[in-house]
Design a protein around this ligand. Structure first.
Ligand SMILES: *[C@@H]1O[C@H](CO)[C@@H](O)[C@H](O)[C@H]1NC(C)=O
Ligand SMILES: *[C@@H]1O[C@H](CO)[C@@H](O)[C@H](O)[C@H]1NC(C)=O
Length: 255
């Protein structure tokens, strides 16, 4: 009985030992990595938070934030760069729809209006089929405004004479070459042109060589709708028939 008990005890003890030895290593091998792993993770978190605090204190993280914000800034700046072009395109579109009043015409040839009478003034006629006429009408030597506003007008008239080639033999020893620009206001009950500008000179064109003289005038003028502008000259028979020599123009500056 006692031997059995002892044997039983031994067996139990051995079993316990065996079982313990069989059982103990797994408990050691599963618990230890768990503890070490937890400690490692905690340590890593500690290091990470310390590094983060350190980076914040040194200002490195702000730099990182700025550099990471830059692409956003670029995205924001794109519309700012595109804006001026948008404005230009918008202006171009509105200009096509609503063009600025402008006119530029050259002298009409042949100049059947030309008079050789030195005392007679002649209204210069312009070739409306070559040149520019936008929101400005042309009628009987006149620019007629479709829109009121502040305009700039200019006129150039060249006079030339070569006695050897002249078809008309005239006394040109004292020719007055004057250019006048008139404003015709249609709002007035009685149409009375107002002289806006005059310029010119007196020449002796008897020199057998080529004689040439040009007058150019320009100024701003406030015009109403249907107002007219025209150019009168003395000795129109001496006018240069080339489009580069004699022309008349007007364009709107503002309302
Ligand atoms: C301008 O010339 C025309 C002739 O073409 C003349 O009838 C008119 O009276 C002149 N105008 C002025 C204001 O001198
Ligand atoms: C005009 O010029 C011509 C040729 O140069 C000269 O013979 C004549 O005397 C001049 N006339 C006057 C009025 O100056």
């Amino acid at each position: 009985m006692a031997a059995n008990d002892y044997r039983g005890y031994l067996r139990n003890h051995m079993d316990m030992e065996q079982g313990g030895s069989r059982f103990q290593p797994p408990t050691q091998s599963t618990h230890r990595p768990l503890i070490f792993g937890t400690l490692a993770v905690m340590g890593l978190l500690q290091v990470a938070s310390s590094v983060t605090i350190l980076l914040h204190l040194t200002g490195y993280l702000r730099e990182v934030d700025l550099s990471s914000a830059q692409p956003i800034e670029e995205v924001h700046s794109e519309p700012i760069i595109a804006d001026p072009f948008k404005e230009i395109k918008k202006k171009e579109r509105s200009r096509k729809k609503d063009p600025t009043p402008i006119a530029h015409l050259s002298v009409k040839t042949p100049m059947d209006f030309a008079s050789t009478d030195p005392n007679v003034l002649t209204t210069v006629h312009w070739n409306q089929f070559h040149g520019t006429l936008k929101k400005v009408k042309y009628h009987d030597g006149r620019f007629v405004m479709e829109e009121q506003g502040l305009y700039y007008m200019y006129a150039k008239t060249c006079f030339r004479y070569a006695p050897d080639h002249a078809s008309k033999k005239q006394d040109v020893s004292n020719v007055q070459l004057i250019q006048y620009i008139f404003h015709e206001s249609h709002t007035q009950t009685k149409l009375k042109p107002v002289l806006l500008s005059k310029s010119g000179a007196t020449f002796n064109f008897s020199d057998p060589k080529y004689n040439m003289y040009c007058v150019q005038q320009g100024r701003s003028v406030q015009l109403k709708q249907s107002d007219g502008l025209f150019v009168n000259v003395s000795n129109s028979w001496l006018l240069d028939p080339e489009p580069e020599g004699t022309y008349f123009g007007v364009f709107k500056l503002s309302t």
